[in-house]
Design a binder for this molecule. Structure first.
Ligand SMILES: *Cc1c(COP(=O)(O)O)cnc(C)c1O
Length: 407
């Protein structure tokens, strides 16, 4: 038997993997739409969507077709050359958004790294070496490279790795006065998630984002929207900034963009893009033909009125059903979010127990996410079947009954 055919089990994780994750006790092997099967053949409903990545569910036939077609044509060619899928996807993103220029990379953190470096370089070129301060929100999340964890306002992810990049300030989210007190002509950029995803599915208010835009303009600071989680139709618009009508200078997109194939993008204007001249930045796999071919197909399916209307209709259905569960069982005190990025906030008595809800749900055959210890997060496929929503929520109800019986 070749090493590739060796049977593997969950227990092997602890023997061969770096222990930075604590995966569930089963190993998924196959999936279709919003259903997943594990090694034992057990079927689960997927409300997690690979953490807001599987925007069209698992193994969507159009994405399988785009990937296999490209797999028979050209896999990788490097940025010494360009390629057709890259150019098509870039044109598609430019046509669909405020952006005029695109930079491709492979993960959300890398797209943010590019955005932050661009903002620093623009300020350096236009205003000199003293304009470098980056302001972000407390409890934000921008990825796990050292620059992005240092910029995000969560010390638990950035402490203990030595000296941090300097010139970063943190302010409370949705607090315009706090930003006004911090921002100055030394500020080169403000970076925000329109909905704070990892730390609790917390949407920015309309007046906050409008106020942030005005403060950035006043101080010649760039506004960066990290739409890694909120992008590609997740909120019921292609990007969340379109809901708010507040346009950033730089936008980052990842998670849902490839529908499960790793790819990210930084979008910006022509004027700003000129500051990343030849040789200033790059990445080996950025603009990979396989990734771009799949992402272009994702975009074709997501960026149309019927898919977006479908997200809004599913969102309303999902929210109403979750509110019913909240009223009936008292485990949740609030349902918030936008589109199919929803958070059920645990009530007082259940604070800190999101992990327990996830475990109970898994026992009933339901995959969920948490967003911090106090919020259960839902990020299902944008085209999830209503029957799967019903079945998943029925399993959630059983999980809540089981938790209450034990309490
Ligand atoms: C997930 C996430 C990231 C990081 O993306 P990676 O692909 O894990 O690097 C950055 N920003 C936001 C808002 C995210 O949700």
């Amino acid at each position: 038997m070749s090493v590739l055919e060796t049977p593997v089990q969950r227990e092997d994780f602890d023997q061969v993997m770096v222990p930075n994750y604590a995966p569930a006790g089963f190993v998924p092997v196959r999936a279709q739409g919003s259903r997943v099967w594990d090694q034992s053949g057990r079927e689960l409903i997927d409300f997690a969507g690979g953490i807001a990545v599987n925007s069209l569910g698992h193994c969507h036939p159009a994405l399988v077709e785009a990937l296999t077609q490209q797999a028979n044509q050209l896999w990788h060619i490097s940025n010494v050359f360009t390629n057709e899928p890259t150019l098509r996807l870039a044109k598609h993103l430019v046509a669909a958004t405020f952006a005029e220029r695109v930079f491709f990379s492979n993960s959300g953190a890398e797209a943010n790294e590019a955005a932050l470096k661009l903002a620093r370089r623009v300020a350096f070129n236009k205003y000199g070496a003293e304009k470098y301060e980056i302001i972000s929100a407390l409890d934000s999340f921008h990825g796990r490279t050292f620059f992005t964890v240092s910029v995000a306002g969560q010390p638990k992810y950035s402490d203990g790795f030595g000296p941090k990049p300097a010139g970063v300030a943190h302010v409370p989210f949705n607090d315009l006065a706090a930003l006004e007190a911090q921002i100055s002509d030394k500020t080169c950029a403000v970076i925000l998630e329109p909905i704070q995803g990892e730390s609790g599915v917390l949407p920015a208010t309309q007046s906050y984002l409008e106020g942030v835009r005005a403060l950035c303009d006043k101080h010649n600071a760039l506004l960066i929207f990290d739409e890694v989680q909120t992008g590609v139709g997740r909120t019921g618009q292609l990007y969340a900034y379109q809901h708010y009508g507040v346009q950033p200078d730089i936008l980052t997109s990842a998670k849902g963009l490839g529908g499960g194939f790793p790819i990210s993008a930084m979008l910006t204007t022509e004027e700003l893009a000129q500051h990343l001249a030849v040789g200033t930045h790059g990445t080996t796999f950025g603009g990979n033909p396989l990734a771009c071919a799949v992402a272009d197909r994702v975009l074709s399916i997501v960026n149309n009125e019927s898919t977006m209307a479908g997200v809004q209709a599913r969102s309303q259905y999902f929210t109403e059903r979750l509110q019913q569960l909240a009223t009936e069982y008292g485990v949740f005190q609030q349902v918030r979010g936008m589109g199919l990025l929803l958070g059920a906030v645990l009530s007082e008595a259940w604070q800190g127990k999101a992990g327990e809800v996830l475990k109970a749900a898994e026992q009933q055959g339901l995959m969920l996410l948490q967003a911090g210890p106090d919020v259960v997060r839902f990020a299902p496929s944008l085209v999830i079947e209503y029957a799967d929503i019903d079945e998943g929520l029925a399993r959630l109800e059983k999980a809540l009954q089981q938790l209450l019986a034990q309490a």
